[in-house]
Design a protein around this ligand. Sequence first.
Ligand SMILES: [Zn+2]
Length: 312
Amino acid sequence: MIAVDLGGTKLAAGLVGRDGAVSRRAVEPTELTSSEAVLAQLERVIGAVGDGDFAALGAGIPSGIDQRFGRVVSSVNIPLAGVDLRDRLEARFGVPVWIENDANAAAVAEHRFGAARGARHVVMLTLGTGVGGGLILDDRLYRGAVGSAGELGHITLDLDGPPCQGACPGRGHLEVLASGGAADRLADRAVAERPGGDLGRAAAAGRVVDPHLLVELASAGSGDALDVIEHVGFLLGVGISDLVNVFNPELVVVGGGFAEAGDLLLEPARKVVAERSLRPAADVVEIVEAALGPDAGLVGAGLLAFDTLDGG
Ligand SMILES: [Zn+2]
């Protein structure tokens, strides 16, 4: 089965087996200049990796999708809003196509082969530049009325908070306060306010101040970097405590690039959830790091392509 994971920075494609194994992989920087450019790239990469021989196609897209029409309705980081992507890819390749929000696809992969294996009620959050979300409820991906459920990055933490990222009209959302992008902004502020601190000195030495540097410095004991990660972890925990109250999940799985912070990020979140969520939901929930790393979206897209063939 061929799968693609289209992100705002890179496009990954590969063959995905029923066991979730990925082979014949291709990764390229995403062509963001226009809708036609990204579609042309998508079709070229699928054609090359699939080599004319595949039974179905699954695509993970960082977008709001209307599954009634297989249409990308809103898209913050890639120029695909308004594109009838499912029909277009089906016409181009002549096979069944399933398109899915990328965090939903990641949730499916973690549920079947990753950290959430065996769990029936799972909240998945992917922390990158933004925050993606996916819900496994009663053992199935929950899609809502038309397929756009699970935008968990866009719950409100602060009514008067900063405007949300990209095309989101909200303010003070989880995504703008507790993502890798938020950590970036806090780190930049620390550099500006304390040039003699660990982050300030790393920046002066030419290091790129990003979540990766934060994790590296915090792991080595930097209080400056740890403060930023713990603050983001606290806000993440506030968001998760709401999700625990609403969904009573067994597991909250945290993936995406910033999940590399591991317990530095998750321990403050666990503490908030223990303090603020209602019992008994708070007693049973576990908050864990995702297991499949950056492949989760790709694997999930492939598994959903199998589901399409199987009539699922
Ligand atoms: Zn938002």
